[in-house]
Design a protein around this ligand. Structure first.
Ligand code: NDP
Ligand code: ZN
Length: 357
């Protein structure tokens, strides 16, 4: 079979590999729709997870089941499925402690295009099919569905970890597809005022549709100063961080009210050069005592999560297909879509590849 792979740091290409083998509790899936991610760009061109050779990329897919193992009960060949970006080992101690995304070590639930081949192949392997795959409703467009595995799951996690209460105020720093999903999640959780921080017009338009009440451009002044001014110096009840460079937690701490949750989705894997630490600000953090908590998370995976997120779309609570700004047709277009993600033209929100032409 054919797959789009990271050949080494800085280089991608098409390679041939054997079709993956199916274990007794696993599934082999053929993609129906795929999406490249900012994380794929960090992986290949910034070496964020270290060197990898001939590893098939990608972790965002919906597909059709090709084969299942003997012990799989709820899925059969031909079923249309949502495949989570994160596929935990559900029978491990990390799950019992309540942290499925961290099974098998730090970020260990992230298997696709990290330490096994990803979903950018003609076939890919899914561990623990009954626990990880979700049924894909027939009525859902593939452009919407392919946002579920990572963009919605991560963005909504940002809102969940931010502990948003009805009517409380939120600032979402970064309004790429993760931050946009965070805005939609904040609205679903009942936030009152929602600040979206970004600059690109296409993103701003969707941010407003998803529920942002105020837009702040970090390019037109200091983010924290602008948000403090708009809130009479008070700041906000919660902050969701989904963009920005190594210093971005300083902005987050400076706009957070005492007691606020700062919910971080950002991937601090690149842009640091030789620097190994992340700066915080002493005063903005109440010299470490202002009860401003930084909460982190890796995209939640698993079947219940995928099927619940599908319910959000099925019942019209939000339409993630608005984020599919560039739709390609045909598996062969995957390379073009990934390079587009790398180059990030200003009008790009998220590229999607529909596998059947
Ligand atoms: P994008 O690159 O599409 O969006 C980033 C956003 O951040 C843009 O709106 C950009 O503004 C904004 N931004 C850039 N610099 C600043 C700044 N200095 N201050 C404020 N805003 C800024 O990213 P994605 O939405 O695809 O992903 C967001 C992050 O989430 C990435 O780090 C990604 O790796 C991570 N991620 C984490 C996951 C997890 O499990 N925790 C899963 C998936 C992704 P502009 O409008 O000007 O472009
Ligand atoms: Zn992703």
């Amino acid at each position: 079979m054919k797959g789009l792979a990271m050949l080494k740091i800085g280089e991608i290409g098409w390679i041939e590999k054997d079709k993956p083998k199916c274990g007794p509790r696993d599934a082999i899936v053929k993609p129906l729709a795929l999406a490249p991610c900012t994380s794929d760009v960090h992986t290949v061109w910034e070496g964020a997870i270290g060197e990898r050779h001939n590893m098939i990329l990608g972790h965002e897919a919906v597909g059709v089941v090709d084969e299942v193992g003997n012990d799989v009960k709820d899925f059969k060949p031909g079923d249309r499925v949502i495949v989570p970006a994160i596929t935990p080992d559900w029978d491990t101690e990390a799950v019992q402690r309540g942290f499925p995304s961290q099974t098998g070590g730090v970020l260990g639930g992230w298997k696709f295009s990290n330490f096994k081949d990803g979903v950018f192949g003609e076939y890919f392997h899914v561990n623990l099919a009954d626990s990880n795959l979700g049924h894909l409703p027939d009525s859902m467009s593939l452009e919407a569905a392919v946002m579920i595995p990572d963009m919605l799951s991560t963005g909504f996690m940002g809102a969940e970890n931010a502990n948003i209460e009805i009517g409380s105020s939120v600032a979402v720093i970064g309004i790429g597809p993760v931050g946009l999903s965070g805005i939609a999640g904040a609205k679903l959780r009942g936030a009152g005022r929602i600040f979206g921080v970004g600059s690109r017009p296409n993103l701003i338009k969707i941010a407003k549709k998803y529920g942002a009440t105020d837009i702040i451009s970090y390019k037109e002044g200091d983010t924290a100063e602008q948000i403090l001014e708009a809130t009479d110096g008070e700041g906000v009840d919660s902050v969701i961080v989904s963009g920005g460079g190594p210093d971005i937690l300083i902005d987050a701490l400076n706009i957070a009210k005492p007691g606020a949750k700062i919910s971080n989705n950002n991937y601090f894997g690149s842009g640091f050069g030789e620097q190994d630490t992340i700066p915080l600000c002493r005063a903005g953090w109440g010299v470490g005592m202002a009860e401003k908590d930084i909460v982190t998370g890796l995209c939640p995976g698993g079947r219940v999560r995928m099927e619940r997120l599908a319910e959000v779309i099925t019942h019209g609570r939000m339409d993630p297909s608005l984020m599919a700004s560039h739709v390609f047709k045909g598996f062969d277009k995957l390379e073009e879509a990934l390079l587009l993600m790398k180059d990030k033209p200003r009008e790009l929100v998220k590229p999607v590849v529909l596998v059947e032409e």
